[in-house]
Design a protein around this ligand. Structure first.
Ligand code: C2E
Ligand code: MG
Ligand code: MG
Ligand code: MG
Length: 281
């Protein structure tokens, strides 16, 4: 089942390694060559509409298969890429592949599917993010509305002039923004209005054990109510079973994502999965 293969996928290199250790292992050097050596790939995980069961979107999640170490978690190599100045190149690779893949799916009979891409704060600060994005959308002929960028709260908190400019240019392309891992960061929510964010992604830490935790239920209920009154969509990440999905549906949460439906899968497996999960509505 999806849940089992999901578990297997997580039996890989975990993020408890020090900077020192990653140096010793030559990971930085390895990462520099990873694109060229075709060690990177993207897996996609569906975002499911809780009421209809329909998939409108998939999230792109980067994978690095190291020839000696095996699969390395993005929680390890994304921070590494940020430290060693590789995040720009890596992020652009993900964007280009996700955009071209989305166009392929549109041609293959899934014309409404959109794709979500995680973007690191440092990518946005490079100064050419918006221009690069615009030219990639142009190159592949994808409308901006089919792309959603997942950003963590920290991006918005210290948003300086350049960053605000960058995000509004991105939104001008029709691209939507989501706040990833919502609830784990900052408590001043004023930025939600300022940036016209489309989607709040409730962090997995509130969703795991949701049914056993009155505190998490209170937090999730508050997030759902708040985002609805601000006109935002809510999605819960890390849903692993049906009772949790049902409970979130009853709270009015709009969408869900997690092993309950599917682990992240490679692109070739998506059309079949989408057939399976698409209801007869
Ligand atoms: P995220 O964006 O919050 O993604 C959610 C993570 O939870 C993913 O881990 C996903 O595979 C995992 N997950 C999904 N459903 C379940 C579930 O039901 N149970 C559990 N336990 N886990 C679930 P993954 O793929 O290892 O990615 C970890 C993080 O690495 C991501 O967190 C994201 O912050 C970052 N990341 C991944 N790809 C990229 C990328 O292309 N660019 C950037 N900047 N960051 C990325
Ligand atoms: Mg994400
Ligand atoms: Mg998340
Ligand atoms: Mg996360």
């Amino acid at each position: 089942t999806a849940k089992e293969s999901g578990r297997n996928q997580y039996r890989y290199f975990q993020p408890n390694m020090s900077e020192q250790l990653s140096k010793q292992l030559g990971l930085e050097r390895g990462l520099r060559n990873a694109i060229e050596l075709k060690q990177l790939s993207i897996h996609y995980q569906p975002k499911v509409c809780l009421r209809s069961g329909k998939i409108e979107s998939v999230e792109a999640l980067l994978r690095w298969d190291h020839p000696q170490i095996g699969r390395i978690s993005p929680d390890v190599f994304i921070p590494l890429a940020e430290r060693c100045g590789q995040i720009g190149v890596l992020g652009e690779w993900v964007l280009e592949n996700a955009i071209s893949q989305c166009v392929e799916w549109h041609k293959a009979g899934l014309p409404e599917l959109s794709v979500a891409v995680n973007v690191s704060p440092m990518q946005l600060l490079s100064g050419r993010f918006a221009r690069t994005l615009a030219s990639l959308l142009e190159k592949y002929g994808l409308e901006g509305r089919f792309l959603l960028l997942e950003l963590t709260e920290s991006v918005f908190i210290e948003a300086k002039q350049e960053l605000q400019q960058c995000l509004s240019t991105v939104q001008g392309l029709g691209v939507n923004l989501a706040i990833d891992d919502f609830g784990t960061g900052y408590s001043n929510l004023a930025y939600l209005k300022k940036f016209r964010v489309a989607q709040l992604k409730i962090d997995r830490s509130f969703v795991t054990n949701l049914l056993d935790s009155a505190e998490n239920q209170a937090i999730v209920t508050a997030i759902v109510n708040m985002s609805h009154s601000l006109g935002l969509t809510t999605i819960a990440e890390g849903i692993e079973d049906k009772p949790t999905a049902d409970f979130l549906t009853s709270l009015g949460c709009d969408k869900g994502q997690g092993f309950h439906w599917s682990a992240p899968l490679d692109a070739a497996q998506m059309p079949r999965l989408l057939q399976l999960l698409r209801p007869a509505c």
